[in-house]
Structure formats: structure tokens, C-alpha cells
Design a protein around this ligand. Structure first.
Ligand SMILES: Cc1cc2nc3c(=O)[nH]c(=O)nc-3n(C[C@H](O)[C@H](O)[C@H](O)COP(=O)(O)O)c2cc1C
Ligand code: SF4
Length: 465
């Protein structure tokens, strides 16, 4: 048994164990309510959460408007309904125990409108807001307005320092904690900066001590650091507990709670995770947000990797280096290096006959079916992100465009996460996962495909297992 002492989170003494928020629909009212019920913290995702009709059936997120701006508004309205619905479900299941948090992707366009819409109608149901993927400068002000605690998700002391100096120092009352998410180990989007090497992971210890020193220098000794990313069993982290260099700490689990009875992800998705081997999770940069992210290598990811591997640099005019003409469509011929000619021909001969430009003066190759689907996905864009490399949508620009050409090396993240979060193919959609997911296969808790309840999982975690 570990010496896990309750700590103050969002105004209440709870166990220092947190379910990480996971969109779309990979953590919801059912899972977060179950975590709260065990006197821990549950986090439902505020990104396109499910809402229900009068019979209690999930209302599918179907967009009917013609323009992207209208579809975007439909998405926001549905997300607000969903956030309220999931907060109600979580609150009911929690039986008043623990704490319930809502997670928001800051890079989502109009994330503040969703938060405001949900918080104004779900008073008393949500105790805290966690926010990552981007720099949530306005989070402190917004949370304070509604009297809920806020939890920025950062991956370095440097990021917290910027947030603190620019905004949070004025909103200290409701700063509930700082989530340190290990950018090399965590599932979902990863906060690797340009200064950090994706190939060279750093141990979290020194980075957390640096964060704690910084927080202490601002008088934030009592504010917990919530450690996320790569946490499986707490026996591996015993030296972080009751350690004066680290101070108040809680542990956030993202991937592990996905295989519980209360987890909303499909049986097929759970089955994949039970079989993943070490090395099957890839840290890559295909997300249309531009961030790194970690996901299981499946057909979806393999296709993106293959496309990227087939990428070839081109020039508009021929010169000493770019000598070989490449016809990319009936109106355009570009020039590639002679050393790339064979690579281009091999792809065309293999059926990857659609040649598409990227914003980096390169071309990639894909099948006509994939190209057709890509056009369709762009046509159906609902403007979910503030900036999207896949569709070039930009919520903040007056032209509503990034001004770049759409990047065929990326994908529509809204479509794939929504579909896999609602029973879609686990081969053909993105499966975010942390780098410890391979441990499901050997952990005795899951022997013979056993799926524990949240209570059973938390009992094991409390034991250190
Ligand atoms: C499927 C999946 C979806 C996720 N979605 C989000 C998200 O929408 N917002 C967010 O802040 N973090 C998200 N995360 C990160 C988790 O909340 C958590 O911090 C992370 O998974 C911790 O690392 P671990 O997976 O090694 O436990 C996601 C993680 C996974 C595995
Ligand atoms: S194309 Fe981009 S902005 Fe549009 S819905 Fe998909 S991910 Fe969101």
C-alpha cells in the first residue's frame, strides 16, 4: 500500500488521482463520474461531447447547414448541450463525491464560447477546467468569472512562466493546479517545443523540480502539480511522493482508464489496446493543429507515414538541381531532382497517381480514392480548430484562411476522432494513446481480456500496482 494522502483539489480533499480528459468521447460523464465516485478527480471532454434526446438516446452530431460558418455554429451549440449533459451525468454518478473537471482543447475554435456556454448553465456541477494544446491565456479570467478552478496543461516550466507573467498572476484565487504533461510519453497531443528533440526524451524529474522551483518563487507552494504522461503504476513513481523538491503532487492517468467498464470507448478499441506491443505508439506530427501527437500505429497512421516517406521536393522551374519534369496535373508540370525520379515512378506505378502539393514546396502521392475522400473531408469542414493545416481554415483571420495551401500530409481530426469515438473502424481512424499502452498486454489486471471497473482500477492504483 502506498502512502497516498488526500490533497486539496478544486476546493475539496480528494485522493491525488486524476482521470485525464480525452476527446472526442474517450472520457465522458460516465467515466468521470465513476472516478469522482471513488473520491478522485474525473475529467470529461468538452470537445463535441454527446447529448441526448428525450428518450435518452445519443443525438448524433450531424451538420445540416450549407456554409462552414453555419456548421461551425451548429458544432458550438451542440458542444454546449453536450458539455451540460455530460456534467449532469458525471454529477449524478459521483453521488457528490470527488471532483468533476471538464477538459477543453484550447486550439479549438471558439473554445471560450463553449466553456462560457457550459459553465453558465452547469453551475455547481463542474469544479474545474483543464486546458491544453495551446497557450490558454484567458483561462484564468474565464474560470474566475464562473468561480471554478482552472488547470493549465503545460509541458515545461517555461510555458507556465509565460502564462503566469502574462495572465495568471492576476487570477490566483482559482488556480487549482498545474498539469505537467510529459511531452514524450503522454497520449494525445504533445507539447514538444522546437527546442526539444522528439527522439531524445528527458526524464520528468528534473523538469518537474524546475517547475516547482518556479511556482514556489511565485508563492504557489500549496498549488499541486498534476503529473501526466507515462503513468501506469505508482510504485514506479514512489520517489515523487512526499518529496520536498516536488511538493504537492497528484497523478493523472490518460490511457489506463480507457480499459475500464465505464470507459466510453468501443470494445474494438479496447481490444486493440490490449494487444499493442512496445514501440507501436508513434510520436509524430501529422495533426492539422501542427502539434506533435502520440497514437497507435494502425492503417490510418501507416498511410500517413507512407505518404510522408514518399514526399519529394520540387521546383517550379528546372535548374541544375531540379532537372526532371513531373506532370502533377493537366495544367501543371514541376521539376524534381533526378535522384527522386525512381521514387516518384514507383509510387505512380503502385497506384498512387494523384500528386498533390504541400505548403513546403514538396509533393506527395496518393490513390484517387484517398484524394476523393480528402476533398470530401475538406468540403465538410466545420471549422473545429482555430487554425487548420488540412483545410487552411483560420477562425481568426478576416479571410477565414491561413493563406497557405491545404496540407495533404495531415487529416481532418474532427472527423476521425468523432467517428472512432462513436464506434468507427479502429483501423481507419486515429487512435491516440500514451506510450505505456503496451503494458495492458502484460499487466495481470487485464489477464484473459478482463476489463476492470473504475473502482477495481483505482483500488489497484492505490496499492501501487
Ligand atoms: C485517446 C486520448 C485522447 C486525449 N484527448 C485529450 C484532449 O482532448 N485534451 C487533453 O488535454 N488531453 C487529451 N489527452 C491526454 C490525456 O488527458 C492525458 O493527459 C494523457 O493521456 C496522459 O498520458 P498517458 O496516456 O500516458 O496516461 C488524450 C489522451 C488520449 C489517450
Ligand atoms: S478540416 Fe480542420 S478545421 Fe475543418 S473540421 Fe477538419 S480538422 Fe476541423
Amino acid at each position: 500500500m502506498l502512502n497516498l494522502k488526500p490533497i486539496l483539489i478544486s476546493g475539496k480533499e480528494v485522493l491525488p488521482l486524476v482521470e485525464g480528459g480525452k476527446g472526442i468521447n474517450a472520457s465522458d460523464g460516465r467515466s468521470s463520474g465513476a472516478w469522482a465516485h471513488e473520491n478522485c478527480v474525473g475529467t470529461f471532454s468538452g470537445v463535441s461531447p454527446d447529448f441526448y434526446d428525450e428518450k435518452g438516446n445519443v443525438v448524433a452530431e450531424i451538420f445540416t447547414s450549407k456554409t462552414r460558418a453555419e456548421r461551425h455554429q451548429e458544432m458550438i451549440d451542440m458542444a454546449i448541450k453536450g458539455g451540460i449533459a455530460q456534467a449532469q451525468v458525471a454529477h449524478e454518478i459521483s453521488n457528490g463525491n470527488g471532483r468533476i473537471h471538464m477538459n477543453m482543447l484550447w486550439e479549438m475554435a471558439d473554445s471560450q464560447a463553449v466553456l462560457e456556454g457550459v459553465l453558465s448553465k452547469a453551475k455547481g456541477l463542474i469544479n474545474g477546467i483543464t486546458c491544453g494544446a495551446g497557450m490558454p491565456y484567458h483561462l484564468g479570467e474565464l474560470a474566475t468569472k464562473f468561480g471554478v478552478y482552472y488547470y493549465p496543461i503545460i509541458s515545461s516550466a517555461r510555458a507556465f512562466n509565460i502564462l503566469w507573467k502574462r495572465a495568471y498572476n492576476r487570477f490566483t484565487e482559482f488556480l487549482g493546479g498545474v498539469v505537467y504533461e510529459d511531452p514524450w510519453l503522454a497520449g494525445g497531443h504533445n507539447g514538444l517545443s522546437n527546442a526539444e528533440n522528439p527522439e531524445q526524451p528527458e526524464t520528468p524529474y528534473n523538469r518537474i523540480v524546475e517547475l516547482r522551483r518556479l511556482m514556489n518563487s511565485y508563492g504557489l507552494q500549496a498549488i499541486p502539480i498534476i503529473l501526466a504522461g507515462g503513468i501506469w503504476k505508482l510504485k514506479d513513481w514512489e520517489d515523487y511522493i512526499d518529496n520536498p523538491e516536488i511538493g504537492n503532487i497528484a497523478f493523472q492517468f490518460g490511457t489506463r482508464p480507457m480499459i475500464t467498464k465505464e470507459s466510453p470507448v468501443s470494445e474494438a478499441w479496447k481490444k486493440v489496446m490490449l494487444q499493442v506491443k512496445k514501440g507501436d505508439v508513434i510520436l509524430q506530427r501529422f495533426s492539422p493543429t501542427g502539434f506533435f501527437s502520440s497514437a497507435i500505429k494502425n492503417t490510418f497512421l501507416e498511410k500517413l507515414i507512407e505518404r510522408k516517406n514518399g514526399e519529394i521536393a520540387y521546383n517550379e522551374i528546372s535548374d541544375a538541381e531540379f532537372t526532371e519534369p513531373l506532370v502533377i496535373n493537366e495544367h501543371k508540370t514541376v521539376f524534381i531532382k533526378s535522384c527522386d525520379k525512381e521514387k516518384a515512378m514507383n509510387q505512380i506505378n503502385a497506384g498512387l497517381s494523384e500528386i498533390r502539393e504541400t505548403p513546403d514546396k514538396t509533393v506527395v502521392f496518393m490513390t484517387p480514392e484517398d484524394w476523393k475522400q480528402m476533398k470530401e473531408d475538406r468540403k465538410n469542414c466545420v471549422g473545429c480548430l482555430s487554425q487548420c493545416q488540412f483545410s487552411t481554415w483560420s477562425a481568426t483571420s478576416p479571410t477565414k484562411s491561413t493563406g497557405k495551401i491545404p496540407d495533404p500530409r495531415t487529416y481532418c481530426i474532427h472527423k476521425t476522432l468523432y467517428e472512432v469515438g462513436h464506434g468507427g473502424s479502429v483501423k481507419d481512424h486515429l487512435l491516440f494513446a500514451g506510450h505505456q499502452v503496451y503494458r495492458f498486454a502484460t499487466d495481470p489486471l487485464y489477464r484473459n481480456g478482463c476489463i476492470p471497473s473504475v473502482k477495481e482500477l483505482i483500488d489497484k492504483i492505490k496499492n501501487g500496482d
